[in-house]
Each structure stands twice: as structure tokens, then as C-alpha cells.
Design a protein around this ligand. Structure first.
Ligand code: FMN
Length: 329
């Protein structure tokens, strides 16, 4: 895929679902920086939607489109209910998490351990597709524990695609279900893009997006020459201005907001969220800490945001102060 093909193609690049990170405030902020990327929710369990505060879990801003709801669950009937709720709430796509290795998730029989149960996943995909018109997609790893290097993933994808799933996001490392923390599971198992590439070669009609370890524009362009899309996790969160570089250098989008304009537009948003939901400012500003990463004065910005956002009498004026400190630096 060349640059000119990417230009104008909304969605081929996405920000990964990340628990505790990609909440709706983070997504609102990311959307101000990047009009074209696809945004994912944090994983929401079917149980939370069926028994919990559904409206709160599904809430999002219209500006977030294209927006994907990521579900965690395994029971086909529950997945179908939850997917329908997502569609009714206005989400553009439903994604099933088959890649998360955490203990808590394993005990709930979902996440990466579902890769061991392709029949159940296929049933779940079918149940969701029977009740929604929006696409149902899968995010998975290349394998788990000591699964064979390629055949395991091939068989998984073959089975699930026959159930009607046409898009897979592959985090190109295995999940080791025993002995590693979730964090280690994002770092220790080696990245094997070659396996994901083999899947794309053998399933040319499926949409295959790659995830894991993508940190630069060069990496992103290189992956887009092989895959149908790339998903970016930690780099997008820790260094959100990377999303501006993607818009500029890959989508070639004109009239992007400057960093100062993004901050200015967050101010009325913070005030509105307080008025509507009494959302504390720190719950929103925490996602903005990395905005100036790598630039002169970034430390002052980080300091003001992280030491003052939580104070009871703090107002959005601290953002103005932080901007001033930054320009002084
Ligand atoms: C804090 C954090 C939370 C995450 N939560 C989820 C999640 O809810 N669902 C999921 O599928 N993956 C989750 N992941 C994994 C990411 O989506 C992604 O697959 C992983 O970070 C690898 O991509 P990266 O190297 O670009 O960060 C999480 C990652 C991080 C860092």
C-alpha cells in the first residue's frame, strides 16, 4: 500500500484498546489530534454491559467515529446481547478480545485463552453476526504458550473466518499464559511479524491488521506495505503527538490542530464533563501528560499536569499556566 492509497483512507491505522488508558476522555483527546485514525474502547466485559451501568460503559462522543467497541467474553449468547447493545449505542464495529493474557481475564474464560477454543470463538462470532449489521472483528495473538509457530494461528483464523469474521488484528507475539504479568506479556515473547505476514499471504481476502511494537512513521509505513492496517498501542498513548505525525506524513491531512489548539479545545471539554458528570479534571488531564514528549519544556508541562490537576481548587487555568511554562522553556 503506497502513501497515496492511504491518503483519504480513514481507519487503516488505529489506536489499540488499552484498559485504563483509552477511556472516552483519552479518545476525545486523540480525535482532536487525529481526524482519521480508528479509535477503540478499553475492553468492556459482557458481564459489565449485561449487569452493570451499561449507559456509562457505552458512552462516547460523536466526534470519536470511527469507533470500535471491544468486548471481553466467551458465552455466545452474552456476546450477542452485548454486541447488539454496542450497535444500538452507535458503535461502528465490534471487536472480540482474544489476545489479553491477564489472570483475571483467564479466570473469566476470555482473552488469549480463547485461542485454545476456536469452536467457541466461532460460535460467538456467529451469534454476534446474527444480531448485528456492523462488522465483527477479532484481536488475537499469533499463538499461546507452546502452540506451533504458524499452523495454530492458521487453523484459528480459518475456523473463525468461516463463521463470518473478515477482519483480524494480530498482535504479533505469543501470549504466555503462565508465569508472565500482562506487562511482561507485551514485552517478553518475541515479535514475529513474519507469522502475521504468512497469514496475510495465505488469506488474501481477509483484512489483516498488525499490532505490536510499532513506534515510528517508518515502521507504520513499512507495515502498511504488507498489511491492511496497523494498530498502535503504547506509543500513541505515551507520545500522543505521534498521531499528528501520522496524519501529516501518512494521511497527508491539511489543517491539523496545533498542540496549543488541542489544549485550548480540551478546556471547554473538561468544563463540560464536570457539569454533566462531575468528572474530576485529573481524570481527563492524565491522558494529556505526554503531549509534548521529546520537546523542550515537556518536563514543565508534565510537572504542572501531574502535580496540580488533582488539587481540590484547581481549575483549567493550570493548563494555561502549563502552556506558559512550556513557552518560557
Ligand atoms: C495499559 C494497557 C492496557 C491494555 N488493555 C488491552 C485491552 O483492554 N484489550 C486488548 O485487546 N489489549 C489491551 N492491551 C494490549 C494493546 O492493545 C496492544 O495489543 C499492545 O500494547 C501491543 O501494542 P503496542 O506494542 O503498540 O503497545 C493493553 C495494553 C496496555 C499497555
Amino acid at each position: 500500500m503506497t502513501n497515496s492509497v492511504v491518503k483519504g483512507m480513514k481507519g487503516v491505522i488505529s489506536v489499540a484498546p488499552m484498559m485504563d488508558w483509552t477511556d472516552r476522555h483519552c479518545r476525545y483527546f486523540h480525535r482532536l489530534i487525529s481526524p482519521n485514525i480508528t479509535l477503540y474502547t478499553e475492553m468492556v466485559t459482557t458481564g459489565a454491559l449485561i449487569h452493570g451501568e451499561r449507559e456509562r460503559f457505552l458512552r462516547f462522543d460523536e466526534s470519536e467515529h470511527p469507533i470500535v467497541l471491544q468486548l471481553g467474553g466467551s458465552e455466545p449468547e452474552h456476546l450477542a446481547l452485548a454486541a447488539k447493545m454496542g450497535e444500538d449505542a452507535g458503535y461502528d464495529e465490534i471487536n472480540l478480545n482474544c489476545g489479553c493474557p491477564s489472570e483475571r481475564v483467564q479466570s473469566g474464560a476470555f482473552g488469549a485463552c480463547l485461542m485454545k477454543e476456536p469452536d467457541l470463538v466461532a460460535e460467538g462470532v456467529k451469534a454476534m453476526k446474527d444480531v448485528v449489521d456492523i462488522p465483527v472483528t477479532i484481536k488475537c495473538r499469533i499463538g499461546i504458550d507452546d502452540s506451533e509457530d504458524y499452523q495454530f494461528l492458521h487453523d484459528f483464523i480459518e475456523k473463525i473466518s468461516k463463521a463470518g469474521c473478515e477482519k483480524f488484528i494480530i498482535h504479533a507475539r505469543k501470549a504466555w499464559l503462565k508465569g508472565l504479568s500482562p506487562k511482561e506479556n507485551r514485552e517478553v515473547p518475541p515479535l514475529r511479524y513474519d507469522i502475521a505476514e504468512q497469514i496475510k499471504a495465505n488469506f488474501p481476502n481477509l483484512v489483516i491488521e498488525v499490532n505490536g511494537g510499532i513506534k515510528t512513521i517508518e515502521d507504520t509505513k513499512e507495515k502498511l506495505s504488507t498489511f491492511d492496517g496497523t494498530m498502535i498501542g503504547r506509543e500513541a498513548y505515551q507520545n500522543p503527538w505521534f498521531l499528528n505525525a501520522i496524519e501529516r506524513d501518512i494521511y497527508e491531512t491539511p489543517n491539523l490542530l496545533t498542540q496549543a489548539e488541542v489544549v485550548q479545545q480540551m478546556i471547554p471539554y473538561i468544563k463540560q464533563q464536570w457539569e454533566l458528570y462531575e468528572t474530576p479534571m485529573k481524570s481527563i488531564t492524565r491522558h494529556m501528560v505526554g503531549l509534548f514528549q521529546g520537546q523542550a519544556g515537556a518536563r514543565h508541562w508534565r510537572q504542572v499536569i501531574s502535580t496540580q490537576s488533582h488539587l481540590p481548587d484547581s481549575t483549567t487555568d493550570i493548563l494555561k499556566v502549563a502552556m506558559e511554562k512550556l513557552s518560557e522553556a
